[in-house]
Design a protein. Structure first.
Length: 250
């Protein structure tokens, strides 16, 4: 680990590739990108248009986005001092990046993203849900938990992946929490569809328990919303980025 501000240990300065969430365009991740770049990492954001996200109910739309991820990951890894990169997936992006690590065929492609990535950070990603989409269920069946971690060497051929799950815990009942009216409206049905409990803890869209992938390193951030539409402070807010990035130094 390299030394950071005030002697803080931080992950090595390898490139970071960000894949955002459903209907969120790359512009929303620019503060996150700038905050990570301030730690010395080259950072890139995958460009995905809103119309492309609409079609992600279909496997081919996932593949087209992951094709873009693969091209960018290969290019970043080639210029990386470690030869590897860190993947950051927000919301649905975290689920898609779990699939990107696999080398088994998906829509005629073999991504094997762990050739280039040694760390996957998932921000508010809905890993489990009572009413999950077909593609999310496919990922969980095919790659349960931290499928390519160091505890399963037979699955990764000597190249394990570190999995880190980050969950926001936003107090919707607290007027000072910064939660928006949208979060207060959407959270009860979203939580109920995920865990069955509309009063569950979560980031305004994804319950904490759903965002913490089984077997992964976990970070729970009080006061953090799913996105800017859900609260004044979210995973991409610079001060929050510093909090979950520092957790990688553990």
């Amino acid at each position: 680990m390299a030394a950071g501000p005030a002697g803080m240990s931080v992950p090595p300065p390898q490139p970071v590739l960000i894949l955002g969430g459903f209907l969120i365009t790359a512009e929303a991740y620019q503060p996150m990108r700038a905050a990570l770049a301030a730690h010395g990492q080259p950072v890139a954001v995958v460009e995905v248009g809103k119309l492309e996200w609409v079609f992600t109910v279909f496997p081919l739309a996932w593949a087209r986005i992951l094709d873009r991820v693969a091209g960018m990951a290969q290019e970043l890894a080639a210029a990386s001092p470690t030869g590897r990169i860190t993947l950051v997936g927000h919301s649905s992006g975290g689920i898609m990046l779990r699939l990107f690590l696999d080398d088994r065929p998906f829509q005629g492609r073999r991504y094997a993203g762990r050739r280039w990535a040694d760390t996957l950070v998932m921000l508010g990603s809905p890993h489990t849900a009572l009413k999950a989409t077909a593609l999310r269920r496919m990922v969980e069946r095919r790659l349960p938990g931290t499928y390519f971690d160091a505890d399963h060497p037979g699955r990764h051929g000597g190249h394990p992946v570190r999995y880190v799950s980050v969950a926001g815990d936003l107090d919707l009942a607290d007027p000072a929490s910064g939660a928006t009216d949208l979060a207060r409206r959407l959270a009860p049905p979203a939580y109920r569809n995920s865990t069955g409990d509309e009063n569950d803890r979560g980031d305004g869209l994804v319950p904490v328990s759903a965002a913490l992938l089984e077997g992964s390193e976990t970070v729970v951030l009080p006061g953090v919303a799913h996105g800017g539409a859900f609260g004044s402070t979210w995973y991409g807010s610079p001060e929050v980025v510093r909090r979950w990035w520092q957790a990688l130094s553990r």
